[in-house]
Design a protein around this ligand. Sequence first.
Ligand SMILES: [Zn+2]
Length: 321
Amino acid sequence: MSRVNTVLGPIAPEELGLVAVHEHIGYGMPGSELDTQWWKSPEQRYAETVPKLRAFAEHSAAYGGATFVDATGICNGRDVDYYKSLSAKTGVHIVAATGFVGGDTALRFFADASVDYLMRQFLHEITVGIGDTGSRAGIIKVGVSRGFKMKELDLRIYRAAARAALLSGVPIFTHLAVDVEPALAVFAEEGLPLDRVLFGHADDGVSQGKVNQTAILDGGGRIGFDTFGYDLELPDPPFWGRHRAERLEHFLGLVRGGYLDQVLASADANCSPLGWPGVKGHTVNYIFEQLIPDLRAEGVDEATISRIFVTNPADFLTLQH
Ligand SMILES: [Zn+2]
């Protein structure tokens, strides 16, 4: 039977409904939980997060369900027991990630580990569970360290992820799609088909001119326009922001240019950021409040919208046997 791992157990891909494929319940740098100034109480985090997930569930009802893929991974504030309670409370399916946002957020214990050790760690979280939660990871996170260049540790994590993906059938998503050639080489060496990989943040402002879109798409990879909403039109935009119209035009170029099956879209928003203020005015619900209306205004039909947010992510997240 086809299935997708969520924090409350495996579900059929047809139950996913609308999928926000790259989001965060709460993301912080390793150690942020030790900071006295920024640390929030569990009650504050809950109060900030539940209304956003409830709104997401309401918006998604028309699509037959709501799924939130948490891209936080190990060492950046992932808290699976908390995700379980949020999912039970709001009805949103939550998919948790194993892996790391990037080599530079892997704590020393993991940074010094071998490919084999990392592979076993990922595989355990996918097939047995994360810690003692009993919840299995549904996806593996990997990424490029700061500086836009793949480092040795990043590549060790990519290789471990490729092996764990092949053994378990879960997909991989990446933080950043820059310096993609070394990543493509690792996946080719390991024999992982590129439709199991989502190259994320291909749409952000700082990556433009640094993403080899042709190599990703012609190799059969999936491309993530997953920072929708980090617009320069925000009152206090982040450094990775981009003009809304420019991002949309870039996206529509792929949607209309024969790559509809390979695109995925999300907002990369934090429900309740950990140890940093986050970006005010940006939530996962940007997908409904701005993006889908923008797509409709550009003449994109409902079947295409459903391919982007329902069919493509279900195909991507389904465990391969
Ligand atoms: Zn992210």
